[in-house]
Design a protein around this ligand. Structure first.
Ligand code: NAP
Length: 253
């Protein structure tokens, strides 16, 4: 690729929360951004924020756990925006419950979106990265990878993403591709609001209680995570690969 050509980034789960902030941030870094979410119409706000600021973006409806949809989405992105060489596997769901109450279907849903989704997206995008001899993959892990009550499915998936990341780094490094994980702590999004609702707490009180346990004494914002992802996806981060960065306002136990 010539130095003037715009790199194409794919952000899954980009309709809201961390994915939306990341898409906007990567566009501000000069990337053309494919904003993927389950519902293409739901990506409209993110795309409009990018185009209103003078950037280039494409809304793409795709279930990341569906092999055919992933292949079709990446083919469409390559056709309409150009070959994708930056991938942020961010799409996620929660199906929290204590082990004895967790259904096999809630286990499967979480594994399919986080792990199968990241696998399918990485496999679909890697050929473009290998052809370009350049690539950046960032997988969203979580502080829950270290274990979290009520999240046996989610914590296993988020720990699994760290293993996926390290293996991608080892397999793809010789093609100029890096892979890293960003593991957020408490970030204010619909996902943490759903957790507050589940435990019957007002969301503001839930955030205030969480902040007291965080060394920097505040909860995170989606932009805090987008900043870390911008670093890992940058041209300057080519010697940083296979790493897990916890972005949680302090060290975790
Ligand atoms: P969010 O607000 O719930 O956004 C997740 C997005 O992913 C939603 O737009 C959702 O679409 C989309 N999505 C779900 N399943 C999908 C699928 N199969 N295919 C395509 N898109 C799908 O979540 P968030 O808080 O921004 O979290 C983003 C990522 O960070 C997740 O991987 C999450 O596990 C991770 N994380 C978050 C926190 C936190 O504190 N918020 C902490 C650690 C890690 P729908 O609305 O249609 O479901």
């Amino acid at each position: 690729m010539s130095t003037t050509e715009q790199r194409v980034a794919v952000v899954t789960g980009g309709a809201r929360g961390i994915g939306a902030a990341t898409a906007v941030r990567l566009a501000a870094e000069g990337r053309a951004v494919a904003v993927i979410d389950l519902d293409e119409a739901a990506c409209k706000d993110t795309v409009e924020r990018i185009t209103a600021a003078g950037g280039k973006a494409l809304a793409v409806g795709c279930d990341v756990s569906d092999e055919a949809q992933v292949e079709a989405a990446i083919a469409r992105i390559a056709e309409e925006l150009g070959a994708p060489t930056i991938l942020v596997n961010n799409a996620g769901v929660l199906r929290d419950n204590l082990l004895f109450k967790m259904s096999a279907s809630d286990w499967d849903t979480v594994m399919n979106v986080h792990l199968r989704g990241a696998f399918l997206m990485s496999r679909a995008v890697q050929k473009h990265m290998v052809d370009a001899n350049f690539g950046r993959i960032v997988n969203l892990s979580s502080s829950s990878a270290l274990g979290n009550r009520g999240q046996v499915n989610y914590s296993a998936a988020k720990a699994g993403l760290q293993g996926l990341t390290k293996t991608l780094a080892k397999e793809l490094g010789k093609f100029g591709v890096t892979a890293n994980s960003v593991a957020p702590g408490f970030i204010v999004t619909e996902m943490t609001k759903a957790t507050a609702d589940r435990v019957g707490m007002d969301f503001e009180e839930f955030q205030a209680a969480a902040a007291t346990q965080i060394p920097v004494q505040r909860v995170g914002r989606p932009e805090d995570i987008a900043n870390a992802i911008a670093f890992f996806t940058g041209d300057a981060a080519g010697f940083v690969s296979g790493q897990v960065m916890y972005v949680a306002g302090g060290p975790l136990n």
